[in-house]
Design a protein around this ligand. Structure first.
Ligand code: ASP
Length: 344
């Protein structure tokens, strides 16, 4: 920690909102707006556009968060959709979840060869009495619902990364390797595009939460989890309460980062509960990230955990364990990235 913790506590107790352990967040950036959509990482800029098409026409937050993340599922990147990196046995396995303003939720995990896991998650929510389907069963359900079974061939980028990874076969995560377009300040730290292809261990999620013109919240997230993971590994994203949680009385939260450490603190649900107690979205995210840091002790230096949160008033915020996390915000005024405050 480079800023004295006592100073930080003093400042917050004086009510100086927006000052974080590491830097300032522009308050006009996070003021309440409606409709609004926010999503994780710079891939969120594109995803937000899809969601905004729905929101700007008076559509529902639920439709917006499905449509938005489908855009990322179609893109080739390290960590989302069928173009993503495979597990250690060479198969791409996908996790996704969706939740609406009435506590309806659906998810899929360990799903293979289906292009839009988020839409399968929505069908699980709408057409079954269950919340979660996994593996072969989830795939069978998707096919029965008319989804096409795609080829199991890896994307060119993923194949290259996998071949590289096989040479080392290590499981040491590289923090923020998913970051594609670092600002000049962070340029040296994140040489992401080349590092993808080097087969370094990485992970990422597109997570999105939105508030529509009717005042309702919804959220979604979709990911291949962690590249080169053990076969069968499922992360936080399809676990309602961990990777995603929506309580329409309070707010909506989505996580990204090391899924195992989001699960152990029931991350998204914990952030919502802090907002219920009156904390701002940013402060609520910070409290849960700090809990992860306390639990992980020394090991916190090796992992990234991040949350974004949106409350009922359309105010938003984020917090990450390490520098380098950003999120995209789309309102009637603009679609832009915000650098997240962070802990260590
Ligand atoms: N949370 C995802 C997982 O662990 C990965 C990420 O968002 O970085 O599956």
């Amino acid at each position: 920690m480079s800023i004295n913790r006592r100073n930080f506590i003093n400042l917050t107790s004086l009510g100086i909102a927006g000052f974080t352990l590491q830097g300032f967040v522009n308050q006009s950036d996070i003021k309440g707006q409606q409709p609004i959509v926010i999503s994780t990482w710079d891939a969120g800029l594109n995803a937000n556009k899809g969601a905004w098409e729905v929101l700007s026409k008076g559509g529902t937050a639920l439709d917006a968060v499905e449509k938005g993340v489908m855009i990322t599922e179609d893109e080739i990147g390290c960590c989302v959709g069928l173009g993503a990196n495979p597990d250690r046995d060479g198969y791409v396995t996908l996790d996704a979840s969706i939740m609406d303003h009435e506590f309806n939720c659906g998810s899929v995990a360990f799903l293979e060869r289906i292009k839009h896991p988020i839409s399968v998650a929505r069908r699980v929510m709408e057409k079954t009495p269950h919340v979660m389907l996994v593996g072969e069963g989830a795939q069978q359900f998707a096919i029965a619902e008319g989804f096409k079974l795609e080829s199991s061939k890896l994307s060119e980028t993923a194949e290259k990364a996998y071949q590289q990874w096989l040479k080392k076969s290590t499981y040491q995560p590289v923090i923020n390797i998913e970051r594609q377009n670092p600002t000049s300040q962070l340029q040296d730290q994140f040489k992401a595009p080349t590092r993808f292809e080097n087969g370094e261990w990485n992970h990422d999620t597109i997570g999105m939460v939105a508030l529509d013109a009717h005042g309702n919240l919804s959220g979604s997230c979709t990911t291949s989890g962690a590249g080169f993971k053990l076969r069968g590994r499922v992360g936080d994203s399809p676990i309602i309460g961990a990777g995603l949680y929506v309580d329409n009385e309070v707010g909506a939260v989505v996580a990204t980062g090391q899924g195992e450490d989001v699960i152990r603190v029931a991350g998204a649900s914990a952030v919502v509960e802090f907002m219920r107690q009156g904390k701002s979205p940013q402060e609520a995210c910070r409290l849960v990230v700090e809990k992860v840091r306390r639990i992980k002790k020394e090991k916190a230096k090796d992992i990234q955990v991040c949350f974004i949160a949106l409350n009922k008033k359309g105010e938003h915020g984020s917090y990450a364990l390490h520098t380098g996390f950003n999120y995209a915000v789309h309102t009637a005024a603009s679609n832009h990235l915000i650098e997240s405050p962070f802990s260590v």
